[in-house]
Design a protein around this ligand. Structure first.
Ligand code: C2E
Ligand code: MG
Ligand code: MG
Ligand code: MG
Length: 289
């Protein structure tokens, strides 16, 4: 009878969880219309302090629950299909930001990176959808980077490559996010038309402290260089990590040590202030550097 009781408990727990997900899904749909979502921007800089771009990170301020993490609501949005509406809104906002930065900070020639769910990129006509959004915002495609994950390549590598190529033909850049945590295989990496690798923060964490992690990141950087990909390290939180990455001569750094994600006005102010204190970027930066 204890078994029976515990099964019931388990079921009701699952039902509560399911009910909560439905509730969050409904709240998201309402919340998007009510303006509860916002894009934050986290800068990416090089070792001279030049700003190379920023990653757009979605924030949701739920009226009752406060800030809900994208790590919680994105998976729910993916399963319910709402990720298409939400992702469209994110792309529109990011493209408007690209246009606004071009007008307000003409000296800034960096990119905005947007996280793209597999559900979005696998949607038919996604390339023309992105093209329309760029055109409506009057944004330059070369200023937009799409962050995808290794999981996109598991099912149909050729199809994924074709989709990426269609978007790159418009001028967009591509980045592999959380690199090293997914389905990494050197044989497919060689075939990918990708501009940038983002080293996952779990590897960055022990840089300069743990020799094996440092060696691993060094190896990833070397591989990226061979493939003509630029390297971004994410989750840089301290000087030890920064200094270790400086020796590896990667392209860009992102993390709390440089700046926290901030809303678009704060980002604009941060950028403007920095422009006054930092010399403009030098000539072209070699790929993989
Ligand atoms: P991600 O794309 O890998 O983003 C990096 C995450 O690390 C962000 O969490 C960021 O706030 C956090 N972070 C940045 N610097 C540091 C640091 O120095 N230390 C630590 N510990 N963390 C740092 P966030 O904003 O909570 O986003 C979580 C994930 O949600 C993102 O991971 C991304 O996969 C997803 N996400 C966020 N926005 C969107 C979006 O618009 N669309 C989609 N599809 N996914 C999104
Ligand atoms: Mg990302
Ligand atoms: Mg990441
Ligand atoms: Mg992530």
């Amino acid at each position: 009878s204890a078994g029976r009781g515990s099964i019931q408990l388990y079921e009701s727990g699952m039902q509560t969880e399911l009910a909560e997900k439905h509730e969050l899904e409904r709240d998201m749909r309402i919340g998007l219309k009510r303006g509860e979502f916002q894009l934050y921007y986290q800068p990416q800089v090089d070792f001279q302090g030049n700003v190379l771009g920023a990653e757009a990170l979605l924030r949701w301020r739920h009226p009752g629950k406060g800030f809900v993490s994208p790590a919680v609501f994105i998976p729910i949005a993916e399963r319910s299909g709402f990720v298409h509406d939400l992702g469209t809104w994110v792309l529109q906002q990011a493209c408007e930001q690209v246009g606004q930065l071009a007008r307000n900070v003409p000296a800034f020639d960096g990119h905005i990176s947007v996280n793209i769910s597999n559900w979005q990129i696998n949607q038919r006509g996604f390339d023309s959808h992105v093209q329309d959004i760029l055109a409506n915002a009057g944004a330059d495609a070369s200023r937009l980077t799409l962050e995808i994950t290794e999981s996109l390549f598991i099912h149909d590598l050729n199809d994924a490559i074709a989709r990426i190529n269609a978007l790159r033909a418009l001028g967009l850049r591509f980045s592999i996010d959380d690199f090293g945590t997914g389905y990494a295989s050197l044989s497919y990496l060689r075939r990918l038309p990708i501009d940038e690798l983002k080293i996952d923060q779990s590897f960055v964490k022990n840089l300069g402290m743990n020799a094996r992690d440092t060696d691993l990141v060094e190896t990833i950087v070397r591989i990226a260089r061979h493939m003509d990909m630029q390297v971004v390290a994410e989750g840089v939180e301290n000087e030890t990590q920064r200094a270790t990455l400086a020796k590896m001569n990667i392209w860009a750094l992102q993390g709390y040590y440089i700046a926290r994600p901030m809303d678009k006005d704060a980002f604009l102010a941060w950028l403007t202030e920095r422009r006054e204190t930092v010399s403009p970027p030098g000539s072209s930066i070699p790929a993989g550097a």
